[in-house]
Design a protein around this ligand. Structure first.
Ligand code: AMP
Length: 186
């Protein structure tokens, strides 16, 4: 049983680590970025509504992502836990998640904070080739991260569930460090 949040700036490797971590714990990987990109690719009303935010490196309105996560956590296969990747990204999202989990009689075991230097983040993102990985949009996403998302570190540190992981190295080493930090949850 593990209820986990993967946290970090854009390009920190959240998506990469999330896939193996979710597999390892046998829990669903819930990525709001992936859900939003899938909605855009399908041309659904939600996709049409959110496309511009992603294109410009801006956050999608809280209500939209909150509804998505609420719906996903309400589905069947979360009994053994879950791994949230890219959510929450604002204080209102974190507060709503906390209230929602309380209603469900759940909590969050650990928030994993991937720490990576800005130079490494930029070079990783530029080599990734996603449409929102151009230099101008990367800059915008960093600014959004610093203004709206970084304050969550203090929020979760205050809850006593934050673990800092040095993510400035290879995928394998980061993965080992995360496993070590979660060893008590097995
Ligand atoms: P990601 O794949 O996590 O890097 O997210 C890609 C983009 O999706 C972000 O730049 C935002 O535009 C949007 N997005 C993903 N998660 C959230 C969230 N929790 N709140 C608002 N926007 C989000």
């Amino acid at each position: 049983m593990a209820r986990l949040i993967l946290f970090g700036p854009p390009g920190a490797g959240k998506g990469t680590q999330a896939v193996s971590l979710a597999e390892d714990f046998g829990i669903p990987h819930i990525s709001t970025g992936d859900l939003l990109r899938a909605a855009i690719a399908s041309g659904s009303p939600l996709g049409i509504k959110v496309k511009n935010f992603l294109d410009q490196g801006q956050l999608v309105p809280d209500q939209v992502v909150i509804e998505m996560v609420e719906e996903r956590l309400g589905q069947g296969n979360v009994a053994s836990g879950w791994l949230l990747d890219g959510f929450p990204r604002t204080i209102p999202q974190a507060e709503t998640l906390e209230a929602l989990l309380e209603q469900m009689g759940q909590g969050c075991d650990r928030v994993i904070n991937l720490q990576v230097s800005e130079a490494v983040l930029i070079s990783r993102m530029l080599s990734r080739g996603r449409p929102d990985d151009t230099e101008a949009i990367i800059k915008e996403r960093f600014q959004v991260y610093h203004q709206q998302t970084e304050p969550l570190l203090a929020f979760y540190r205050g809850r006593g569930c934050l673990v800092d992981i040095d993510g400035d190295t290879t995928i394998e080493t980061v993965s080992q460090r995360i496993k070590l930090a979660l060893v008590d949850l097995r």
